[in-house]
Design a protein around this ligand. Structure first.
Ligand SMILES: [Zn+2]
Ligand SMILES: [Zn+2]
Length: 162
């Protein structure tokens, strides 16, 4: 698996259109199709910079002009596609979605650090945590299929301000 250069935990998706283009390229390389609604949902999630709840996402899609009129099932299917291909992550504990910093890697488990004050969420880019949990589970004969690792607290900025 290709490794990625991004090891800065402060690395956020700042440039939403650029991010959508990067995913477009990744889709092309992997033989996937980034349909207009998928691109739109992805753009909204990247644009927020912070985890976006499905409810707010639906609201934003509905209030959008032109191509915006998509029914909720269409939006949920777009989310499923983006999740399955590792372009976004779902934060189970806050029921919200964030863009993945490195859309060129396939679907991956990653621990998240979630700030309860400013609601920022960053990926803790440490493969060992995930690998070790996986290993320990397998040692017990357990077949792991998914991991949800979400750490709540205060981010460095909020901790300083507290
Ligand atoms: Zn990721
Ligand atoms: Zn914070």
């Amino acid at each position: 698996m290709a490794s990625h250069a991004c090891i800065d935990p402060k690395h956020h998706v700042h440039d939403a259109p650029g991010f959508v283009h990067a995913v477009e390229r990744a889709c092309h390389e992997r033989g996937l199709r980034l349909t207009p609604i998928r691109a739109r949902v992805l753009g909204l999630i990247a644009d927020g910079g912070k985890p976006l709840k499905a409810y707010d996402l639906l609201e934003q899609v509905r209030s959008g002009e032109g191509a915006g009129a998509a029914a909720p099932p269409t939006v949920y299917r777009a989310l499923d596609f983006l999740l399955a291909n590792g372009f976004i992550h779902k934060l189970e504990s806050v029921n919200a979605f964030v863009a993945c910093h490195h859309p060129n890697t396939a679907q991956h488990s990653v621990p998240f650090l979630i700030c309860d004050r400013c609601h920022n969420a960053v990926e803790l880019e440490d493969k060992h945590v995930v690998a070790q949990l996986d290993e320990r589970a397998r040692a017990l004969g357990f077949m792991p299929q998914a991991q949800t690792l979400e750490v709540h607290g205060l981010c460095a900025d909020c901790a300083r301000a507290a």
